[in-house]
Design a protein around this ligand. Structure first.
Ligand SMILES: [Zn+2]
Ligand SMILES: [Zn+2]
Length: 347
């Protein structure tokens, strides 16, 4: 199916997200200027609780990638992915009269924008995770797909009633209502105009009800997980294991650094460390019908080639199943970068 063909892009888009990473803690002691150069000049540290690696959000970084699919007759460029980050002052609504607007508190965001098109199918897929200095939602994650198909999803994570919870909400085709824009004209002269039953029009979609569950305090959204992979490199960790929330399901993700290799990209050659992303289903979680595919739609293992000093993702590799019969190799390759740490330089 066309949709399946396009999964690679989707996957990649997400995948791409996977690699980027790493800010800085502000302590430039004997850990040295070298360490400082591995991290973006400005970053936001998002605390994940005692004993858990904090998430570091680069102040303003933009990584552009092209998405290549190996169709056996050579690699075909099917689209692009842009991973970007930002930090901004956090404002909770309007300030009260007579008070000063805002304080030192900041929120940070991570965004993945994937764009592509093939055989008449157009895809525009955006993921955005915002980390806020409030109890709920501490994490606000939005997944929006537009183009030939339209769909929206929102995940919120935070503390409520003494527990850490997540909420999930997505949209669906309206089942029936009085809104005139949902009514379609009959194509038959004797037919009656009626409420649309099913289509791909974004304006016919409505939010479904909110579903809530309890999650571990250190649970991460997909983009957060991706950026955490950078910490693994910068801090020289042997691995990082953490719970990942995908829609309503928790996965256990292990990020494991491995071999070192010189990787050639459109943006230059970089000395990289391979970080493998492995997923397992924690006890008590129900298995999805098609295995782990929430993350990028990529099945099985994902390989992230991250620049050895800074952890900046340079190449992401994975497989995308097509129609259950075979898989396509997909590569997300860096084409340009902005706002990266000083130590991120091509060979
Ligand atoms: Zn309706
Ligand atoms: Zn419709």
């Amino acid at each position: 199916m066309i949709r399946d063909r396009f999964l690679p892009l989707l996957l990649l888009s997400l995948t791409a997200g996977f690699l980027s990473q790493g800010p800085q803690e502000g302590t430039v002691t004997e850990a040295s200027a070298k360490k400082a150069a591995q991290l973006p000049e400005e970053s936001l540290i998002v605390d994940r609780g005692e004993g858990h690696v904090p998430l570091r959000i680069p102040g303003a970084e933009e990584l552009k990638f092209r998405v290549l699919v190996d169709l056996g007759i050579g690699d075909i460029n099917v689209g692009s992915v842009v991973l970007s980050t930002g930090i901004e002052p956090y404002r909770a609504g309007l300030p009260m009269p007579g008070t000063k607007a805002g304080n030192e508190e900041q929120s940070g965001w991570l965004r993945s924008k994937a764009k592509g098109g093939h055989l008449g199918y157009e895809l525009d897929h955006e993921l955005k995770a915002t980390y806020q200095p409030i109890a709920f939602p501490r994490v606000f994650y939005r997944d929006t797909q537009t183009g030939s198909e339209n769909r929206k999803r929102e995940i919120k994570i935070g503390e409520r009633g003494g527990k850490t919870i997540s909420t999930f909400q997505d949209d669906d085709h309206c089942k029936g209502c009085d809104r005139p824009e949902h009514v379609v004209a009959s194509t038959l002269p004797w037919g009656k105009d009626h409420h649309c039953k099913k289509c791909k029009r974004g304006e016919h979609r409505v939010w479904t009800s909110i579903e809530e569950r309890e999650v571990p305090t250190e649970a991460l959204d997909m983009l957060g997980a991706i950026y955490l992979s950078r910490t693994v490199i910068v801090d020289g960790l042997e691995h990082a294991t953490f719970p990942l929330l995908d829609k309503k399901r928790l996965w256990t993700v292990v990020l494991r650094p491995g071999q070192t290799k010189l990787i050639k990209t459109k943006a230059g050659k970089f000395e990289c460390i391979e970080v493998r992303l492995e997923t397992t289903l924690p006890e008590g979680e129900t298995a999805p019908e098609r295995g782990f595919s929430g993350l990028f739609g990529l099945r099985g293992e994902i390989h992230i080639w991250a620049e050895a000093n800074t952890g900046v993702p340079v190449l992401i590799e994975g497989e995308v199943p097509v129609g259950g019969l075979f898989s396509l190799d997909v590569q997300v390759e860096l084409t340009s970068y902005l706002g990266t740490p000083a130590a991120f330089v091509p060979k």
